[in-house]
Ligand binder design. Sequence first.
Ligand code: BG6
Length: 495
Amino acid sequence: MSFPKDFLWGGATAANQYEGGYNLGGKGIAIADTITGGDGINNIPRFMTLKLADGTKTKIHRGFDTEVPKGAAAYVDSNYYYPSHVATDFYHRWKEDIHLLSEMGYKAFRLSINWTRIFPNGDDLVPNEEGLQFYDDIFDECIKYGIEPIVTLNHFDCPLNLATKYDGWSSRQTVHFFIKYVETVFKRYKGKVKYWMTFNEINFLRDYAMLGITEAISNPQKLAQAIYHVLLASAKAVKLGHEVDSENKVGMMIAYMLSYPQTCNPDDVLADIEFSKDLRDFYLDVQCRGYYPSYKLKEFERQGIELEKLPGDHQDLLDGVVDYIGFSYYNSLITSSNDFGEEAGGNQMGGLKNPYLVETEWGWPIDPIGLRIALNRLWNQYQKPLMIVENGLGAKDEISEDGKIYDDYRIDYLEKHIIEMEKAINIDGVNLIGYMPWGCIDLVSAGTGEMRKRYGFVYVDMDDSGNGSLNRIPKKSFYWYKEVIKTNGEILKGK
Ligand code: BG6
């Protein structure tokens, strides 16, 4: 068991699930601040609270198949609980949290910048100095402990004002405002931050689109244009990152939807190829090769979609090829040509049940070998350094009578995945540079808005309705991960 000597062991978070302080320090309102809590086990979805054009209040599911009605605007309603408002309070506890990460021996820490902390309305002429200073202090604190900050520029984030005034990513102006924000943070944190990632899980743009713009789902032309704008914004950000500092490494972030065909029936295999192109490969191809693949252009031809482009876009996409691939991996899923079979859950979406795998309490299939498969495929296909920027087990943790949390199930999940990572590096020759397990300090679930679905090495005292002291308690996995990092994985030898 051996890992490269400069391997980036760390953990990952996202501002809208972790930071809180949603209206403090000059921060503006983001779409995420208008999304309520939900309940994954009892199938109660998260909602976005909306006001229709005539002022009527309503709410819609936050999901892929619902869309913001024309003329409606999201808003914050005091009658609802919105998990992003306090989240798990990194805003006030960042010093304590970074200290805990340093105790575990972290080499890297993935976090995202809240766009509305820097440009509260998205289209402001000048940035908010208090917001800029907030992240300056955080990066300084990380550097003090030798922790490399790994920064996501956009993690499921859009200023509410850009959604209401410009219809979000359907407008080319949003690309302009995004790049202004990106330029501001690249310049401000030059020399402090080297590793950047553009859009979190960029292959779930349908979600971004739904969050930011109206009538995207029923209008394929509008959706395709919005996706084009996000991909273009990402490429422009990569290019700019290199111009501002040649030391910058700017990567992409994708949910690696590892899928297996249900059977060896060629119809199932073909269905799996279609699924993979649509929900995964298209985004990798554009960001790793710098142009739209032929299968996407054919699809546009069939659907009569024509993208509006400007001269220079083509070159921007080519120049914006990413330096590395960051990806999330939680589970694999099964696709089929007939969808016949029992359903399973999964990150962002589920497939059919896999009889060879066990599932988490939330029904996500656990597949450590799948991680090795994903690493092999990504490396062989694109030959770019890989970073696992999310992986982990969402589970309910109980505090035992002695005040401790014995999360052996989490250790077991992570251990099995790390063992497969090591095989990918040393047997398969994959260039894997880092591992950031998700929600290293407990945070709110993105999918369900719950607090009880925990991923962290550190427990945060908070419940699904936002009650609790927010105090931090290291779990058993905290001490285990500390040993993994200290021994550079050697502790897992022979497992
Ligand atoms: C990824 C997201 O989809 O999975 C995270 O990038 C999210 O924001 C994570 O929290 C786990 O999903 P969930 O729904 O369990 O929070």
